[in-house]
Design a protein around this ligand. Structure first.
Ligand SMILES: [Zn+2]
Length: 375
């Protein structure tokens, strides 16, 4: 990964490059920001730059021996630790990052900006919770006890350090307190407030903001062919490049008409219509179903914002605005919040393999009841 492959973030790139030029590279750095921003990509591009044998003024060369190995994530001085869990193939004492390196290399190089659920799905354990266990803490200790083979530094990238269990976090803390020479620790976090304060205080912190709308648009236009509704994708993604890529991947991404039709069917409260819609819902596939809920929740949030007159925060198309005006007339905040909760729960169950048709039908009936409740 080179800096030039990451859209935007010019100030952060410059800051990192400058730290190398001034010989002020912190041995422990935390790249933190929300999911779908370029935390991991920036950390990797910086390491590639540091190890490059022929770096240019603003980037790694992309061609030397080191760049080649960094690109494939097979550099002998580059180590990774990330949340993991038992799978069909890997069980017992073998459950640690090292056992999943092939999969890790594949997802990092083929699915940029991937999220933790994407990673679990990639390992085909989407219903499990991964952690970073103490075996990973111990393996870091043995990795760094060796001298760097080829690069000026040994580097350890810890992806989602907030998922380290207590014993692993303690082992890492010791290393950060007494850093071994010529070793870099890059922590890449989506949820840094969950990190131990003692770990936070020993890292140099670098906030990686979400992408701007323009950056999302440019990236999606470049990577998604024949996208129909790019405005909708950009608005919904709100700077989360992972979400943007997923939304853009859907050909029939007319979420507005599906969602409003669904609410109409819930309102009509006729089981036969609900069942028919449940079939269409099933055809969306799991990702499409989740996108529908993410979209619906955002639309309802906009209705609620409208109620408290925060119009400046609303990013809507004309048809959405029109829909919101109508629904505001017939619905109060309390009921909208109840509907929102139901959609949130549906999202949760769909993510965990619930039967789409049954979950959709049952919850549509619940939404119908909320519509007709007397307040
Ligand atoms: Zn190079």
């Amino acid at each position: 990964m080179r800096f030039s492959q990451i859209t935007g973030y010019e100030d952060i790139k410059q800051r990192l490059i400058l730290s190398e030029k001034n010989n002020h590279i912190a041995h422990a750095q935390l790249f933190f920001g929300s999911e779908g921003s370029a935390n991991l990509e920036l950390a990797l591009a910086f390491l590639t730059y540091l190890n490059c044998e022929n770096k240019t003024e603003n980037d790694s060369c992309g061609e030397c021996n080191s760049c080649n190995k960094m690109d494939k994530l097979i550099h002998p001085d580059l180590h990774f630790v990330f949340p993991n869990t038992a799978t069909k193939k890997i069980t017992g004492d073998k459950v640690m990052s090292k056992s999943f390196l092939a999969e890790w290399r594949e997802i990092v190089t083929t699915q940029p900006y991937f999220s933790f659920p994407d990673w679990m799905k990639f390992l085909e354990v989407e219903n499990k919770q991964g952690i970073i266990n103490v075996r990973d803490g111990k393996s870091i200790l043995s990795m760094i006890s060796l001298k760097a083979f080829e690069a000026p530094y040994k580097s350890v990238v810890i992806w989602l350090p907030e998922m380290m269990n207590q014993s692993c976090a303690n082992a890492i803390l010791k290393l950060l307190e007494e850093p071994p020479e010529k070793t870099l620790f890059f922590l890449v976090s989506y949820n840094s407030e969950k990190l131990l304060p003692t770990i936070l205080s020993r890292t140099q912190q670098l906030y990686v903001p979400p992408f701007s709308d323009e950056q999302v648009r440019a990236y999606v236009e470049q990577h998604a062919e024949g996208i129909i509704n790019i405005d909708q994708v950009v608005r919904l993604a709100e700077g989360n490049m992972n979400l943007a890529i997923k939304l853009a991947g859907r050909q029939d991404n007319n979420l507005f008409s599906f969602f409003t039709q669904w609410l109409r069917v819930c309102y009509a409260n006729k089981p036969s219509e609900i069942l028919k819609m449940a079939e269409d819902f099933q055809k969306l596939g799991r990702e499409g179903q989740k996108n529908l809920f993410v979209y619906g929740l955002k639309l309802i949030r906009n209705v609620l914002l409208q109620n408290v007159e925060l119009n400046s925060m609303i990013r809507l198309t004309d048809s959405e605005r029109h829909f919101i005006e109508k629904i505001t007339k017939i619905m109060d905040v309390e009921r909208l919040e109840k509907i929102s909760n139901i959609i949130n729960e549906l999202h949760y169950h769909i993510e965990r393999n619930a039967n789409a048709k049954i979950a959709f039908s049952n919850n549509s009936l619940k939404i119908g009841q909320i519509f007709h409740q007397k307040v």
